[in-house]
Design a binder for this molecule. Structure first.
Ligand code: TXE
Length: 489
């Protein structure tokens, strides 16, 4: 018997609510293509209610601060620590929700839940360690700087790593005392609604965290337009990022943008291939290539090309994609649109005579209506071709040859993006030279962290966006600096 789709609700001021329009958005399981849940189709009025709840938590009435605005840094740290523990307790449930909602293999979904707990833990510890300074000035003055929260922050979260991106942005923002309004992606919000339940359970006051579900063009747009929002952090496509920036600019709202990349890994002839090959492969198949920091280009020194290609091809041939719960190398892509996008790039490769050097497979029992894509290794992709220039966001790795270090650098820096880069070489001076010259927010030498750990600042340049999230650095972005000059002579 067919089960009716489960109905989820949005979260405003610590209450789950259906949304004012009463309309729903269907939620598909990417592993089967079937609808299994519904979420409220939030609109501008729902966003407005959420912003008001957040403002009441932060500002309170009249001149008094609200219950969240009044919390001390230590209290916020303790709450975040409790939230981290609650996430760990419910890790398996969160992983199952995420696997069903986004198609992630279970081990990836579990790792994401663990990372979410780790973000809350990290920012719990950081909450009361964000200091201002005292500054030398004229005689008879004491001058200090104070880091203050923006007030109410908006968070537009994509579907590829909902828990991790929520953790890095909402965790840091709550730690410094902002109240948050979150608009998760329509394709992936169920795990975050459970985290909201946990936030209320551990004692976050009503309005400190609000989640409005719905479509990007409606709820997301309304959030970026809302004048009650004091800062927006957005992760998603460059096109939507630009639109969000334009809307925010209309009310002078600062924006942090993380817009993905076309991250290169440079492999020189002296590289340790045993160490490099599994990392190169994982950097493109993790989350089926739907990772902003995916290592989607391998640039290889010509003399190593044949040997490296052989080893990459051998690994690609063994990769298998299948339903999330089977926990194979890859799950499905998130939706039909993403699958079509990858197909378009691959047919372009065929049309341009770019060779498929190797392909993995989709297991035979995978449901036909699921959004599967076998991993593909493309060889000799010209550096100017759109396959080497544009973000595919699927399990497609483009290999391009270079003659020498200068050419490698030119190709690596030759896209509009600049998020992450990897370098594989044993030569020390070259490691340093490239670390300095590569246009990227993160450079990994003889490893590749796909964004790195919770502790490492992350963000890009150019079309990859601006601002830094993660690590202690994120706390600066979620605060503004006030200078106080006190005259006492
Ligand atoms: O992104 P969108 P899409 C890239 C990746 C992918 C492509 C398209 O290349 O193939 O973008 O994905 C919300 N105002 N990345 O179409 O539209 C939307 O609801 C405010 C890279 O899914 O940018 C979702 O919550 N918000 C990336 C979020 O924006 C709006 C992760 C992202 O959706 C909005 C995802 C609007 N007008 C995609 N329209 C990364 N950097 O990791 C949509 N949204």
């Amino acid at each position: 018997m067919l089960q009716a789709p489960e109905k989820f609700q949005m979260f405003i001021a610590n209450r789950f609510e259906p949304g004012l329009s009463g309309e729903q958005v269907p939620v598909l399981n990417p592993s089967t293509g079937a609808v299994f849940a519904q979420i409220p189709r939030g609109n501008a009025a729902d966003i407005d209610r959420a912003v008001r709840a957040a403002r009441a938590a932060f500002d309170g009435e009249g001149c008094a601060q609200g219950p969240w605005g009044r919390t001390t840094a230590t209290e916020r740290g303790r709450l975040l620590m409790k939230l981290s523990e609650a996430v760990l307790r419910d890790q398996e449930l969160l992983a199952l929700l995420e696997a069903r909602d986004c198609g992630k293999p279970l081990k990836q979904a579990r790792a994401d839940a663990l990372a979410l707990a780790r973000y809350f833990e990290f920012y719990a510890g950081a909450a009361d360690k964000l200091h201002g300074q005292t500054l030398p000035y004229q005689n008879g003055f004491t001058v200090m700087t104070i880091r203050e929260p923006h007030g109410v922050t908006g968070h537009i979260i994509p579907w590829n790593y909902p828990m991790q991106i929520f953790g890095r942005s909402v965790g840091a923002s709550l730690a410094v005392g902002n109240a948050c309004v979150v608009k998760p992606a329509e394709d992936a919000c169920l795990s975050l609604l459970h985290v909201a339940r946990l936030a209320a359970e551990v004692g976050l006051p009503p309005g400190a965290l609000n989640i409005v579900t719905g479509l990007g063009s409606e709820a997301g747009q309304a959030l970026s337009d809302h004048p009650g929002i004091d800062h927006i952090s957005f992760t998603g496509s460059p096109e939507t990022g630009r639109r969000v920036s334009q809307s925010a600019a209309a009310h002078y709202c600062p924006v942090t943008l993380e817009l993905g990349g076309k991250s290169p890994q440079l492999v020189f002839a002296d590289a340790d291939l045993d160490a490099a090959v599994p990392v190169l492969v994982n950097a493109i198949i993790q989350n089926a290539g739907q990772t902003c920091s995916a290592g989607s280009r391998v640039l290889v020194e010509a003399s190593l090309h044949e040997r490296l290609l052989e080893r990459l091809a051998a690994q690609f041939e063994r990769l298998r994609a299948g339903p999330a719960e089977q926990d194979l190398d890859l799950g499905p892509l998130v939706n039909r649109k993403q699958q079509q996008r990858v197909w378009d790039f691959l047919s372009d490769a065929q049309g341009s005579g770019i060779g498929f050097a190797a392909q993995g497979s989709v297991i035979e029992t995978a449901p036909e209506a699921g959004f599967y894509q076998a991993p593909v290794l493309l060889d000799n992709v010209p550096a100017e071709h759109r396959l080497a220039q544009e973000e595919i966001f699927g399990p497609v790795l483009a290999v391009t040859r270079f003659r020498d270090e200068q050419e490698a650098l030119r190709i690596a820096n030759g896209t509009d993006y600049g998020l992450v880069a990897g370098v594989w070489t044993r030569e020390g001076a070259r490691q340093f030279r490239l670390a300095r010259q590569l246009r990227a927010g993160q450079v990994f030498i003889n490893n590749y962290g796909a964004g790195g750990g919770v502790e490492l600042p992350f963000g890009g340049t150019g079309k990859s966006g601006h601002g830094r999230e993660k690590g202690f650095e994120a706390l600066y972005g979620f605060t503004q600096l006030k200078t106080v000059a006190l005259r006492h002579d």
